[in-house]
Design a binder for this molecule. Sequence first.
Ligand code: S3P
Length: 170
Amino acid sequence: MKSNKNIVLIGMMGSGKSSIGKILSKKINLTFVDIDREIEEFEDLKISEIFKKYGENYFRKIEEKICLKFLRLENSIISLGGGSFINASIRKMCERNSLSFWLNWKNETIIKRIYKSKKRPLVMKLTKIQINCLIKERSKFYSLSNHRIDCDKLDKVEIINKILDIYENK
Ligand code: S3P
């Protein structure tokens, strides 16, 4: 029987959740939801502006609200923000009707992509050592996801096919 479960993509900033999610959604014709974009639309502000204007705690509250809303959907591909899966309520909601996939990369790959990124308020002022610590901390939570995809040796198509293979054969 065909599943109505969502595919939820989790992982660090720069792990490709949004780009993989978009391609995946076109390939299997499911709705794509990018939580960061939904937060921006809800607040009518860019993520960096929300952090600047209201601070991280406020952002996390809105993030929880938006995630819990969209995780109620069925048959959707949902790309979470890098910090969403740290929240226990969001993780719990993911267990309800979703299969979660951690897009895991070597720390160096992630650091190369996000170091000094102006679009990413959380890491903008962090040193490489601090980003390493953040990845280590976060990975404890990411490892609670249903599936870990080690992405470093794969191209985009291979990552997508791995996810689909698991999703369609579970
Ligand atoms: C964050 C990741 C960002 C965004 C916000 C906070 C985080 O999303 O939600 O800047 O805490 O890791 P992406 O992972 O999509 O960049």
